[in-house]
Write a protein that binds this ligand. Sequence first.
Ligand code: URP
Ligand code: ZN
Ligand code: ZN
Ligand code: ZN
Length: 472
Amino acid sequence: MNTTIIKNGTIVTASETYEADILIKGETIVQIGREFPEEGADVIDAAGRYVFPGGIDPHTHLEMPFGGTVTRDDFETGTIAAAHGGTTMVIDFCLTGKDKPLEESIQEWHDKSKDKAVVDYSFHLMIGEMNETVLNQLPGIIEEHGITSFKVFMAYKNVFQADDETLFETLLAAKDLGALVMVHAENGDVIHYLTEKALAEGKTEPIYHALTRPPEIEGEATGRAAQLTALADSQLYVVHVSCQEAVEKIADARRKGAAVFGETCPQYLALDQTYMEKPNFEGAKYVWSPPLRDKKNQELLWKAIQSGDLQTIGSDQCSFDFHGQKDLGIDDFTKIPNGGPMIEDRFSIIYSEGVAKGRISLQKFVEITSARAAQLFGLSPQKGAIAVGSDADLVIFNPGVTRTISVDTHHMAVDYNAFEGMEVQGEVETVLVRGKAVVRNKETVGKPGSGRYMKRKTFQNLNAPTKAETLI
Ligand code: URP
Ligand code: ZN
Ligand code: ZN
Ligand code: ZN
């Protein structure tokens, strides 16, 4: 069994920061302490570096078909880029089709990822329509594939959008089965109306993608989903929260005791709607849903992270080339494939804009990039922790350097970077997935196929009092 020692580093977890060495045997952390015998071990010197639990990206779309094309990054390029960005596990969305057995869609996702991923991975399952046939398949899927989160789209009318009956029935089923329901919360019907109207008025540029999906539409859908969750006494995770209108609904539901959780993304924290007004169709690079918002929302989202109203950061990685894919919508913004390349820069941007700028603590950083996702998605304590018995998923990070993000140096397959030219503090140097280096001194050393599919446990509500607390 391989022995690896990480020595002289500063370990950072969701609860503490301290100096110690880590002894890894095979895939697992077996001891944390000092002066481990080094003979026969691979020793990594982490002096002056932080050692973080590997990032968990709970929201990716790799090799995903959308709008007549397919995302540029697949499970190979996407997870190599993820690893360079400090992410050791991704949870990707398995899309499903009407009247198609769910098992068939899941198999498709297994086929896409097998022999390709360099980090560990799992799937969420899209529910497009709830009925007896779908319902009957769910217990088997949880058992066999360990898929314990279901995704319902409240937008993308005539494509992915589900109706409220499906959302409500999914919430009821999830309560029974111990699953977490995820929603893309935007009102798809109103978006449909506003986009048709804009096109009829000859408004075709990328900025109209934002103007036809105003924040009220996200707030309304978020509030609706939260209310239905309370009614079903179930559990909800709102993906890619972008604005005040949505945060307020999540905060309100949580104050009332509902198990409602929220995720935001680096793009909403570091970019704003003016990017979509760039000339020469460059605004198309920033077309995703929900759209970028007015800059004032950025501080509000940081505050929600600090206060715990939002719990996680997903990348919503969904990359399309500017040339040849985004330009499908050159004459009509509704034909621009939605999504952006974000998987690689999630960790860096949150560290730099968050920790280095004093907005969040190191502990909060670990909580939002890793630990909380592990808890919510049934991976804890195997993932998201630096503890004896946990998987040795570790990131060695140099906080003392600055670097500039660019398409010229990124590892994603896509032809632009949404954060081009942005200077960030800190750099990922070495990344271990279950004890094995995937990135070593910034070089890719992981082999496609080394990432493992992870079955996940059922949902546990960590907002609810623990057994110990109820006994007091
Ligand atoms: O525009 C986006 N976000 N594309 C990916 C699909 C989704 O809605 O998450
Ligand atoms: Zn979405
Ligand atoms: Zn997404
Ligand atoms: Zn072009």
